[in-house]
Design a protein around this ligand. Sequence first.
Ligand SMILES: *Cc1c(COP(=O)(O)O)cnc(C)c1O
Length: 371
Amino acid sequence: MKVPLLDLKAQYQTIKDEILEATRELYETQQFILGPAVKKLEERIALYCDAKYAVGVSSGTDALLIALMAAGIGPGDEVITSPYTFFATVASIVRVGARPVFLDIKNDTYNIDPQAMKDKITKLTKAIIPVHLYGQCCDMDAILEMGHAHDIKVIEDAAQAIGAEYKGRRAGSMGDMGCFSFFPSKNLGAFGDGGMVTTSSDTLYEQLMLLRVHGSHPKYYHKVVGGNFRLDTLQAAIILVKLPYLEQWTEARQNNAKRYRELFRREGLDGWVSLPVEKEDRHIYNQFVIAVQSRRDELRRFLNEADIGTEVYYPVPMHLQPCFKYLNANKGDFPKAEAAARKTLALPIFPELTDEQQAFVVQKIGAFYSS
Ligand SMILES: *Cc1c(COP(=O)(O)O)cnc(C)c1O
């Protein structure tokens, strides 16, 4: 048996005809830049995420970048975020010229711990980027409250969390802006790169729309320097086909998570393996990440030899990345992020995963720890 970490081909087979039809229509119109497909997708995503507006952009990375630009973050500013995230979160802060300030995570959800946030706020703090890691929202009440009290913009990195909820509120609807990614491995993946920024602020929306097209309005008159941050129309047409399936795919992921819990319990692996903790309302399981007490890399090699795909998100926390050395952080500064980097392993959780494949994964992990 083979169990890939993600099987996009299986999903494609179920929607192939619709995708080919939608893209064929677009080829006939030759309308590849913005246009009705992007607009329609923006309306649907705004609705799905409970936001007033959504702006289609070129990637999740550019969603973060343009959001920071729209918020006016730049040199001299500080932005609080997690040291345990995908590189793009922190890199975008650096790319606008601001300084990332790290806040350690909680060891159960891997999301930032707002308890220590107050100590990180200075006169220079202009924004915080909570990352809803693996598909579960951060503890947003505390973050929003602090943001409000100190006039700090809250930019949600919801790249892994489309449709996730916190106290009945959707990811991307709570902060000033929400950043989404349509990278193929996300729950709603394009056939290439793509992203979206959600907001319910009229001013931020206008700013985002302007920055997306080189700050040009009217055409060839530039009020500000933006970039080419447009969402590809072909990708928008593809995502429009996939969006109606998102609920059922998310439910399949949630069912897979439930089944893993049963299987791990039955295999008696509780002592060896910590399963993901579900704290907030709606975890959408972009990843199912376990933590093991020991021999993580050995386990990964063992599973790989059994044709089971896994991944380590993320082996090096951001404060220890060579390119962020100038921030002067040391090993030991963010112990929970460092522990997560050492202990966690993502297992296959994609919607089309079968019962047999899941049983095989858990059985192999059991075999490893009993040997
Ligand atoms: C995927 C991801 C991004 C970047 O999205 P891209 O579309 O790959 O540029 C940013 N932040 C997080 C947390 C992500 O998982």
